[in-house]
Write a protein that binds this ligand. Structure first.
Ligand SMILES: NC(=O)c1ccc[n+]([C@@H]2O[C@H](COP(=O)([O-])OP(=O)(O)OC[C@H]3O[C@@H](n4cnc5c(N)ncnc54)[C@H](OP(=O)(O)O)[C@@H]3O)[C@@H](O)[C@H]2O)c1
Length: 408
């Protein structure tokens, strides 16, 4: 149904490329472009080995709009999938507008010099995409992305009103390194070290970083894990689009070992995002740290264990209180077998491919800028089951608090 152009040859970009190559009826031509051509070449070789398909590759600096416009005019894609970094969101949206092409990403824009991610910069493009008759789909990874769709699906099928949402994200895997992040270290550490924030009774409550935690009993053999309250970007759009909810929170697991390393790195200044002078030149400590840490894509080979990401929802149906837990379990080793990736990249890359597929088929096509919960969740939920991320739903007697072992 069209050519797809994927920008960003990282861990997530590799999964998106493999999954698009697995769908030749939808994407007869697959292009991958990134800053480092060697990374595109490695992914092209892996895709050929796994799918026997030949993909096209190109070098591009996605900070440079004229360069992007030249590439898009040459490739003529039906949709551009942006899986570079959040810093490139606006330049790639500008290039899509200039060339008349639909846009999709998995993380919202943040300015490089300020650890502040929010949708205001991208939502400001609504009028321009609408006037151009183009669709921009924001945050179409797992969280954000599938977590928004799980919530929209629950609202459509299981609730008349949702009052409480708790998104829980566990990585119960083991990669064998003392310390590593599962996606881009710079983006990941900026996210975790900022203050926690959640939505309650129409306002945002801010708490010190990683200060709220409890134990959540995860399904799929994972069991009880310590989860920490974080601010996560889907809360911003869900608070707007799921009307009437009283509370929305996001929680993620971290091991004691991970938190100890992070605390030391913070204490010695290695997570700073402002430039410091080192041997006569400016460096940004967190970017230097990124150069020292394992490339998240390289963790895949020896990763074992599972991830579980889901939504614990409480609300009412026909006047009666009800709970629902919708979740996916993903196995690191199985992801490696299928596409040479670990589960964090896989759970992000598969939804990006499904979103682009629904856009290319015209199923999710509306002029403007949208978050995933604004479209009909049903075709996406069906595609998750057939493209590697099957989900389950349960209706527990107790809501989030019932899953949680309260700390004294
Ligand atoms: N929604 C979700 O569930 C979710 C979960 C995880 C990650 N994410 C998002 O997914 C995205 C990719 O993550 P990742 O772990 O794959 O990161 P990654 O491994 O660091 O990959 C990013 C890729 O983008 C390329 N890139 C960076 N700046 C570029 C530029 N100016 N022009 C062209 N290419 C550029 C990098 O190229 P070089 O190597 O040459 O620098 C790298 O290959 C991030 O935005 C992340 O926040 C979303």
């Amino acid at each position: 149904m069209g050519t797809v152009l994927i920008i960003g040859a990282g861990g997530v970009g590799s999964v998106v490329t493999h999954k698009c190559a697995q769908a030749p009826a939808v994407f007869p031509n697959v292009w991958l472009a990134s800053r480092t051509i060697a990374k595109c070449e490695a992914i092209r070789a892996s895709v050929r080995a796994k799918t026997r398909r030949a993909i096209n590759i190109a070098r591009v600096d996605a900070d440079n709009v004229p360069e992007l416009v030249r590439l898009i005019r040459r490739v003529k894609p039906r949709v551009v999938i942006n899986v570079a970094l959040p810093y490139q969101d606006l330049t790639i949206m500008d290039a899509c507008l200039a060339t008349g092409v639909d846009y999709l990403d998995t993380a919202n824009y943040e300015p490089p010099d300020e650890a502040k991610f929010c949708y205001k910069w991208q939502w400001a493009y609504r009028r321009r995409f609408k006037d151009a008759g183009l669709t921009a789909l924001l945050g179409c990874g797992f969280d954000p992305g599938v977590t928004n769709i799980f919530t929209a699906y629950a609202r459509k099928h299981h609730f008349d009103a949702i009052s409480h949402l708790d998104i829980v994200d566990a990585n119960a895997g083991s990669h064998g390194h003392a310390f590593a992040t599962n996606f881009n270290p710079e983006i990941n550490i900026r996210e975790i070290t900022q203050r926690g924030k959640y939505y309650e009774n129409g306002r945002w409550v801010v708490v010190p970083p990683l200060s709220r935690h409890c134990t959540f009993d995860f399904p799929g053999g994972i069991g009880p894990k310590e989860i920490y309250l974080l601010y996560h970007e889907e809360l911003e759009s869900l608070a707007k689009n799921i009307k009437g909810a009283r509370r929305m929170r996001f929680w993620m697991t971290f091991s004691e070992n991970y938190l100890t390393h992070l605390r030391v790195l913070q204490n010695v200044g290695m997570t700073r995002i402002d430039p410091v002078v080192f041997q006569g030149r400016e460096i940004v400590p967190i970017q230097f740290l990124k150069a020292l840490l394992p490339d998240p894509a390289s963790l895949a080979k020896n990763y074992t264990g599972k991830t579980c990401i889901g939504c614990v929802i409480h609300g009412t149906k026909k006047g009666k209180a009800r709970n629902c837990f919708i979740y996916n379990i993903c196995d690191h080793a199985q992801c490696y077998k299928e596409v040479n990736a670990q589960a964090i990249s896989y759970t992000t890359g598969v939804p990006a491919m499904i979103g682009a597929m629904l856009m290319a088929k015209g199923v999710w096509k509306q002029p403007g800028v949208f978050n995933t919960e604004e479209f009909d969740p049903d075709p996406f939920m069906a595609a998750l089951n057939t493209h590697g991320l099957p989900w389950k739903e349960t209706f527990p007697r107790k809501g989030f608090e019932g899953f949680v072992e309260q700390r004294s």
